[in-house]
Design a protein around this ligand. Structure first.
Ligand SMILES: [Zn+2]
Length: 445
């Protein structure tokens, strides 16, 4: 559908998440092509007018960590600990995925993110044994219309007889370079989803960090979830001068306070996935420990095989968890609800090094935003729009979503042709994967 060059959103409550602009009531937001032109009181002009009375406009949410390839297996890991997940998912189910499974899972997973208000998705793709798997996932990201950072990873199967185990295999640089050269552009960017000290040897860790740096990519890795393969790796990385703002650590629950302090001082950033961390046994989220160091995490869903895909829910869970820990520790100062909205917006942008273009609403930035219908039963009366968004809003209130100036959802409906075919293929994919694993390997349960 052709969309007008200019869109003027009028009479909205706008939470800009921009320090100088703050929160605005009965305000306007002018969008020209893919960018925000003005925020505040905007004189009438030729534009598609959107009357946003009763709505709260927030920056598009940034989901900083999702294994979108698992969408066809939603809920399957509901009762799995992290150890079971590693065995049953990575050494089991993951091994029977075909490129078409990556495609449909990524397509539906990304569309669901848009529907839930995520405008930027970090697709942490580590079930990609062939270039065809990568291409299928990237095709799906383009098709969905979400802004995405494709974080290219590598699978973790059980070692085949006589072959090197995954933890001794350096990241496939040639494939990363192929993707960087031929598949990235427009709304899609690239990162390196490496094994790191948790899942690889020192030699591989150092190789992968240096590779990411040479290619100008963020190096992202998991930490926690069992005994690390190379616990001394972090110190070696620090000594080699490889720990800085281009490093993203997912979870980080088992770092000592000293390690966290050093990493924060070096600019390393952290992504918390609150729901799955507490459910699976990763340990307690590092949110509060970072906050005491003057830092803040970005947030991710991680896996829809165990968690809801709603980023607002993740923000709420992260906030409530940290408040519980603070109360336990006798700290009377409540973390403001606004912080949780920052974790799900501007902090995600910062992790990606994209804070100048996304994560808040200000002139010159990309027009990535969410309109929340606050006139509904669950959000009235609206005394405090920030707390209403963080504590009360749900998917039912996500009225409209815009990415780079284009509506992806309007009036509560995703603007994406027919979803029935996609959902049918997703169901088939999930059934095929489960059937294959039950026939080829030991049962899951
Ligand atoms: Zn993860």
């Amino acid at each position: 559908m052709p969309q007008p060059r200019r869109t003027l959103i009028r009479h909205a409550t706008i939470l800009t998440m921009d320090a100088s602009l703050g929160d605005l009531r009965d305000a306007d937001l002018l969008i020209e092509r893919d960018r925000i032109e003005a925020v505040g009181t905007v004189p009438a002009r030729e534009a598609a007018i959107v009357d946003a009375r009763g709505c709260i406009v927030i920056p598009g949410l940034v989901n900083a960590h999702l294994h979108t390839w698992q969408t066809a297996l939603r809920g399957i890991a509901a009762d799995w600990s992290i150890a079971e997940y590693i065995r049953k998912m990575h050494a089991g189910l993951a091994t029977v995925f075909k490129p078409e499974d990556l495609y449909i899972a990524t397509a539906v997973g990304a569309l669901n993110q848009l529907n839930c208000g995520t405008t930027t998705l970090v697709d942490w793709c580590h079930n990609n044994p062939t270039p065809e798997h990568d291409d299928a996932a990237i095709d799906a990201l383009y098709e969905s219309g979400v802004r995405a950072a494709f974080f290219h990873g590598s699978p973790k199967p059980d070692p085949a007889k006589g072959a090197a185990p995954f933890w001794e295999i350096p990241h496939p640089r040639a494939e990363l370079e192929r993707i960087q050269k031929h598949r990235i552009g427009g709304l899609i960017s690239l990162g390196a989803a490496i094994l790191g000290p948790q899942y690889s040897t020192l030699e591989v860790t150092l190789h992968d960090f240096r590779m990411a740096r040479e290619l100008g990519l963020i190096a992202s890795m998991h930490q926690s979830g069992g005994v690390p393969r190379c616990p001394e790796g972090w110190q070696n990385l620090e000594d080699a001068g490889l720990m800085d703002e281009r490093v993203n650590i997912v979870h980080g629950n088992t770092f000592t306070d000293d390690q966290l302090a050093r990493f924060c001082s070096l600019g390393v950033n952290f992504t918390v996935a609150p729901g799955i961390e507490m459910s699976m046994g990763h340990g307690l989220p590092v949110t509060g420990r970072l906050r005491r160091l003057g830092c803040a995490p970005s947030l991710g869903i991680d896996i829809e095989t165990l968690a809801s895909g709603e980023m607002l829910l993740a923000a709420r869970t992260a906030l409530e968890t940290q408040r519980a820990l603070d109360h336990r520790d006798g700290c009377s100062a409540m973390i403001p609800a606004r912080d949780a909205l920052a974790w799900a917006t501007i902090e995600g942008a910062r992790m990606l090094g994209m804070e100048d273009s996304i994560g808040s609403l200000a002139p010159g930035k990309q027009a990535d935003l969410v309109m929340i219908d606050a006139s509904k039963l669950n959000m009235q009366p609206l005394h405090d729009p920030v707390s209403a968004v963080v504590l009360q809003a749900s998917l039912a209130n996500i009225d409209s979503v815009m990415v780079a100036g284009k509506w992806k959802k309007r009036g509560g409906k995703l603007l994406f042709g027919t979803l029935a075919d996609k959902l049918s293929k997703l169901r088939e994919s999930g059934e095929r994967i489960l059937h294959a694993i039950h026939n080829e390997r030991a049962p899951l349960h």
